[in-house]
Design a protein around this ligand. Structure first.
Ligand SMILES: *[C@@H]1O[C@H](CO)[C@@H](O)[C@H](O)[C@H]1NC(C)=O
Ligand SMILES: *[C@@H]1O[C@H](CO)[C@@H](O)[C@H](O)[C@H]1NC(C)=O
Ligand SMILES: *[C@@H]1O[C@H](CO)[C@@H](O)[C@H](O)[C@H]1NC(C)=O
Ligand SMILES: *[C@@H]1O[C@H](CO)[C@@H](O)[C@H](O)[C@H]1NC(C)=O
Ligand SMILES: *[C@@H]1O[C@H](CO)[C@@H](O)[C@H](O)[C@H]1NC(C)=O
Ligand SMILES: *[C@@H]1O[C@H](CO)[C@@H](O)[C@H](O)[C@H]1NC(C)=O
Ligand SMILES: *[C@@H]1O[C@H](CO)[C@@H](O)[C@H](O)[C@H]1NC(C)=O
Ligand SMILES: *[C@@H]1O[C@H](CO)[C@@H](O)[C@H](O)[C@H]1NC(C)=O
Ligand SMILES: *[C@@H]1O[C@H](CO)[C@@H](O)[C@H](O)[C@H]1NC(C)=O
Length: 453
C-alpha cells in the first residue's frame, strides 16, 4: 500500500468562485489541496482489467462522503485498468486518475442502472422511456474535480454502438460522465476514449470548467458526441482536442414541450482554443434540442478539420425557444463539407404532442474571422418561413470553396469582407446589431472588441 505516495498526491479542491457571472475561462486557475486522500486500493479494487470494481468505487465514495464538511477528500486511482459499472460521486470530492490509470467501463448492460429520463427531454433521447445511468454520475453536487495526470476513461463503446445500429438496445445509451443539477465542477487533464454515446454531459449545472481533455472515438461510432452543455450556465471549455464520429461540442437545452416547460436555458458559455474533428457531424453545434433557449455564447480560436460541418445551428418547428447572442470568431477550417449551417428543419420530436406553433427564434449571430481551405459549400442557411433567422452577421470570412454558392432561404443579415460573396439575403451593410452577439460579456481576448462599424 503506497501510503506515502497517496499522501503526497493529496490534491486539489476547487476554489469556489462567487455566484456572479464571472467568465470561468478568464479566471486564474487555482486548486486548493484536499485535506484527505484515499486510494481505491484501500477498498479492495483490482486493476487487472477483469475484476469488476463497481463496489470498491461505491464504497470509497460512501466513505469519502463523511469528509464533505471537513474540506472534502480525494479518491486516488493508481496506474492499472479498473473495470467498473456505473457509480455516483459526492460533493467536495476530487477523483484523480494517475498517469497510466484507466477506468474501463463494463460492457455488460446489467452493470448499469436504469434511470428515469431527464424532465427537459421527457423520454430517452434514442428510445422512448428510460435510459442507462452514466458511468460516472453527479446528482445535486457541489465542488467536484475530476482530474489527473492524463489518466483515461475508456467507455468500451463498441458493444453499445452495435446494439444501437442493430436495433437491439433496450434503453438509451449511457454517457461517460454526467452531472445533473450540480455546481462548481472541474474536469481536466484527462483522456476519454470510446464513449458509448456522449462523453461529458453537464445538465442543469452552473460553473462548469472543462480544460485540457482529449476525447476520441473511432470514426464509425454512431452518434457519439464530445461535450454537451445542456440547460447549463457559466460554462468554460478550453484547450482541448475532440475527435468523434458526431458533433464534437453541442449546446442543448431540452426537447420540444418538455424543454419549453422545464424552461432552463444554456447561457453564459465561453469556448476557446479547441481542435475539433467530426466526420459525420459538426465541430460545434447549437441544437437541435434548444427548447429552453441558448444565449450569450462566445466561441473563439477553433481549428475544425476533416468534418462534415464546421459550425451548425439546428432547430425545427415545435422546439420553441431561441438561439441568440452568439459570437463565433477566429475559426480555421480545413476539409469541411459545409462551413456554416443554419437549418430550421432538422431534428425529430419526442412524441406527437409537440406544439407545431412553437416556433424557435434564431437571431443575433455574429460569425467573424473564419478562414478555410478545401471547403465544399461556404454556408447553407435555411430558416423557417414563419420565423426567419434574422440579424446574422458575417464578417471577415474567407473560404476556399469547391462551389461559389451560399444557399439561403428565410434568413436575413449583414456581411462585410466575405468571400465567396454571400447570398443577397446576407448582403445588407453591417449595422449596430452586429455587435450584439454576446461578445461584450463573455468574449475572450479577441472577442471583447466591439465592431467599429
Ligand atoms: C446514485 O444516485 C442516484 C440519484 O442521486 C440514487 O438514486 C442511487 O441510489 C445512487 N446509487 C448509489 C449506488 O448510491
Ligand atoms: C494523454 O494520453 C493520450 C493517450 O492515452 C495521448 O495520446 C496524449 O497525447 C496524452 N496527452 C498529454 C497532454 O500527455
Ligand atoms: C434487451 O432485452 C432483451 C430481453 O430482456 C435481452 O435478451 C437483451 O440481451 C437486451 N439487450 C441488451 C443490449 O441489453
Ligand atoms: C493539469 O496539467 C497542467 C500541466 O499540463 C497543470 O498545470 C495543471 O495544474 C494540471 N491540473 C489541472 C487541474 O488542470
Ligand atoms: C491551446 O490549447 C493547447 C492544448 O490543447 C495549449 O497547448 C495551448 O497553449 C493553448 N493556446 C492558447 C492560445 O491558449
Ligand atoms: C483570425 O483568426 C486567426 C486564427 O485563430 C488568428 O490567428 C488571427 O489573429 C485572427 N485575426 C484577427 C484580426 O483577430
Ligand atoms: C441546405 O440545407 C437544406 C436543409 O437541411 C437541405 O435540404 C439542402 O439539401 C442543403 N443544400 C445543400 C446544397 O447542401
Ligand atoms: C421560406 O419558408 C417557406 C415556408 O416554409 C417556404 O415556402 C419558402 O419557400 C421559403 N422561402 C424560400 C426562399 O425558400
Ligand atoms: C445580448 O447581449 C447584450 C450585450 O451584448 C445584452 O445587453 C442583451 O441583453 C443580450 N440579449 C439577449 C436576448 O440575451
Amino acid at each position: 500500500m503506497p501510503v506515502a505516495l497517496v499522501l503526497l498526491l493529496a490534491f486539489t479542491s476547487l476554489l469556489i468562485r462567487g455566484e456572479s457571472n464571472n467568465d470561468l475561462c478568464k479566471e486564474n486557475f487555482k486548486l486548493d489541496p484536499r485535506p484527505h486522500s484515499v486510494s481505491i486500493l484501500e477498498f479492495g479494487a483490482v486493476g487487472d482489467g477483469k475484476t469488476l470494481n463497481t463496489l470498491a468505487f461505491q464504497n470509497a465514495i460512501f466513505y469519502l462522503k463523511s469528509f464533505a464538511d471537513k474540506g472534502g477528500a480525494q479518491l486516488y486511482v493508481p496506474p492499472g485498468k479498473w473495470l467498473t459499472g456505473s457509480f455516483n460521486l459526492t460533493s467536495h470530492l476530487t477523483l484523480f486518475l494517475e498517469k497510466g490509470a484507466t477506468i474501463l467501463a463494463s460492457p455488460d448492460p446489467s452493470h448499469w442502472d436504469i434511470v428515469s429520463p431527464l424532465p427537459s427531454y421527457g423520454r430517452g433521447v434514442e428510445l422512448p422511456g428510460k435510459r442507462y445511468r452514466s458511468l460516472i454520475n453527479g446528482d445535486n453536487l457541489l465542488d467536484v474535480v475530476i482530474t489527473g495526470d492524463n489518466g483515461t476513461f475508456d467507455g468500451q463503446g463498441a458493444a453499445w454502438w452495435e446494439w444501437l445500429e442493430t436495433g437491439t438496445l433496450n434503453y438509451s445509451r449511457p454517457h461517460i460522465i454526467e452531472f445533473v443539477s450540480s455546481k462548481h465542477i472541474l474536469i481536466s487533464n484527462l483522456t476519454f476514449l470510446n464513449a458509448p454515446s456522449i462523453n461529458i454531459h453537464p445538465v442543469y449545472c452552473s460553473q462548469v470548467h472543462i480544460r485540457k481533455v482529449l476525447i476520441e472515438t473511432s470514426v464509425d461510432s454512431p452518434y457519439v458526441l464530445g461535450i454537451v452543455p445542456d440547460s447549463s450556465d457559466n460554462v468554460c471549455i478550453e484547450d482541448s482536442t475532440i475527435n468523434v464520429g458526431h458533433d464534437a461540442i453541442s449546446l442543448k437545452s431540452g426537447w420540444d414541450q418538455y424543454g419549453i416547460n422545464y424552461g432552463r436555458p444554456t447561457t453564459a458559455v465561453h469556448i476557446r482554443n479547441l481542435s475539433l474533428k467530426s466526420p459525420t457531424g459538426a465541430g460545434i453545434s447549437l441544437g437541435s434540442e434548444m427548447s429552453g433557449g441558448i444565449s450569450d455564447v462566445a466561441i473563439e480560436l477553433l481549428s475544425i478539420h476533416s468534418s462534415h460541418v464546421g459550425v451548425a445551428f439546428r432547430t425545427t418547428r415545435g422546439r420553441g425557444g431561441y438561439i441568440r447572442n452568439i459570437t463565433i470568431s477566429d475559426v480555421v477550417l480545413a476539409g469541411v463539407d459545409t462551413a456554416i449551417v443554419a437549418d430550421g428543419h432538422t431534428g425529430s420530436h419526442p412524441d406527437d404532442k409537440f406544439d407545431r406553433d412553437a416556433l424557435p427564434v434564431v437571431s443575433y449571430i455574429v460569425l467573424r474571422n473564419f478562414t478555410g481551405e478545401d471547403i465544399g459549400l461556404a454556408g447553407n442557411f435555411s430558416g423557417i418561413g414563419e420565423s426567419p433567422f434574422t440579424s446574422i452577421c458575417l464578417t471577415d470570412i474567407h473560404l476556399q470553396t469547391h462551389s461559389e454558392s451560399w444557399v439561403c432561404s428565410n434568413v436575413s443579415g449583414f456581411s462585410d469582407d466575405v468571400s465567396p460573396e454571400p447570398c443577397s439575403e446576407l448582403m445588407s451593410s453591417p449595422s449596430s446589431s452586429c455587435s450584439a452577439g454576446g461578445s461584450s460579456i463573455y468574449g475572450g481576448d479577441t472577442a471583447t472588441q466591439l465592431y467599429s462599424w
